[in-house]
Structure formats: structure tokens, C-alpha cells
Design a protein around this ligand. Sequence first.
Ligand code: THU
Length: 130
Amino acid sequence: MTDELIGAALAAREQAYAPYSRFQVGAALRCEGVVYQGCNVENAAYPQGNCAEAGAIAAMVLGGGRHIDEIVIVGGGEAPCTPCGGCRQRLREFAAIDLPIRIVNPQGALLLETTLGALLPWSFGPDHLA
Ligand code: THU
């Protein structure tokens, strides 16, 4: 399943709209056996741009999914494209703290394998409001 997610993330990256940063990002997540993809979508009004992870999460929610089991992210270059702070929190809404997060390069090679808990320690989430 991870290989399928890598392929889906690479394909999503091809669709990125990133004319300003020229930094294309793709994300693919697995939710109960279904794969959802997202790419970054920038905007001339810079803060209105969306990250790839946000797009994948929106697709999942639209498809009726509510739980992320695994995610693969691909950016450019050899430095792992780790999710931004906002996207770490977005993931936290729909994933367990041990969510596997894999970052690959544009050729699909693994650069980093980590967890949501490692990237967002002592996080605040839905359970705090239960
Ligand atoms: N970006 C993502 O889509 N995901 C990340 O994890 C990091 C950054 C996008 C936002 C912006 O379009 C571009 O990459 C440069 O920051």
C-alpha cells in the first residue's frame, strides 16, 4: 500500500499549481483502504494558497472519510518536504499520534519516515474538547 501511495503522491505533484514558489508538492493519504490525493495550489494573494496536505484532507472529507491511516508527501529536491506547522495540526484532526508520515523525493525514494507525534509533540486535538 505504501508503494501505491508513493505513486499517487508523485502523480498529484505533477498537478501542482505553484507559479510563485515553483515548489511543487504532492500528498497522498490512505483512509480505510481508499487513497486521496492533494497538490499545492498557490494564489497571487500569497496567503490564500493551499498546501498539498490540505487538499488531500479536503478530498478525504468530501469522500466521507474521517481517519488518516498513512500519508506520503513529496516536494522538490533532497531535503525532506516535511509538513508545515499548519498542516501538522490539520493532520492531527484526523489521525492518531502514531500516524506514519513518509517523505519521498521526486523519484519516489524515501527521504524520511516519521510520525505525527514526532513532528507535533504535546499537541492539542479533538480529544481535548471531548
Ligand atoms: N507546501 C506544501 O504544499 N506542503 C508542505 O508540506 C510544505 C509547503 C507548499 C506551500 C507552497 O505552495 C509551497 O509549498 C512553498 O512553500
